[in-house]
Write a protein that binds this ligand. Sequence first.
Ligand code: HEM
Length: 282
Amino acid sequence: MKLRCERDTLADAVATAQRAVASRTGAMPVLSGLRVTSTPGTVELVGTDLELTIRVRVPAETEGEGSAVVPARLFSEIVRQLDAGSVSVELTDDEARIEAGRFATKLRTLSATEFPRLAELEGGGVRVEGAAFAEALRQVVPAASRDDARPILTGVLLTASSGGLRLVATDSYRLAMRDLQGVSMLGEGQKVLLFLAAANRDPRKWADPHRFDIRRRSTGHVAFGRGVHMCVGQVLARMEMELVLGALAKRVAAIEPRGAPVWRLNNTLRAIEHLPVELVAR
Ligand code: HEM
């Protein structure tokens, strides 16, 4: 298989994945390598010391699919010293051929079959803004234990809930906790069903939510949705309502209910299907 990409893109990806490459490999020399996997349009680099695994995916022109393991340090040094521009890497079972401009070199690769099988992540995962996550970690990590006798306390507990992401660290004498509120709990492609009717009647937001109060400050209601799919017709809808009610108000002294409302059967919207009223002329 063959891949071609910009030197800077490849060098950055190698430097990142290399951070997880084991410094001492013991019985598994293959851990001193980076696994390079080519798929159409993308190259994935993986470094692991079995405890920490870093995967980096970068766009690349690729020919053929497959994996090979290149010696991480050597590969990284070579890539860093190449001239800026396009780099091509051809990988066979036991060799990596690196070419950039007038430069070409060959490296012996390590056995890809010996590279550990890494568990694929399950579930949608949590999407967190990098800077906020880094700050939260900086705040809690000092409270974690450094005592390897109780390894569980050297970790940071991450709990995802519908409210956000919680980070907790403790050495059993002190505890630091930080909530990242409002973090998106959604994985790519997951959908949310928004119960607008419930949100608009949430007593934590609205006092006496079931009472129709014409003087209520309605800022923050979600009757027209929220976010990127917020109703694009809301200006027209508001104008129509203003016109209808404005025209009625000029001719009508009162609008009196004459019978029980019939509610629309709908799980997400709250609307009246039918309401008999009497208009009292001015
Ligand atoms: C009182 C009247 C209306 C109400 C209560 C209403 C309510 C809503 C709500 C709740 C959404 C968001 C749905 C979602 O998030 O999946 C929405 C989206 C939308 N509405 Fe309305 N709407 C009204 C009138 C109108 C009118 C008059 C138009 C067109 C002239 C319109 C066009 C749209 C469109 C195109 C979207 C989809 C926007 C998107 O997904 O990007 N709506 N509406």
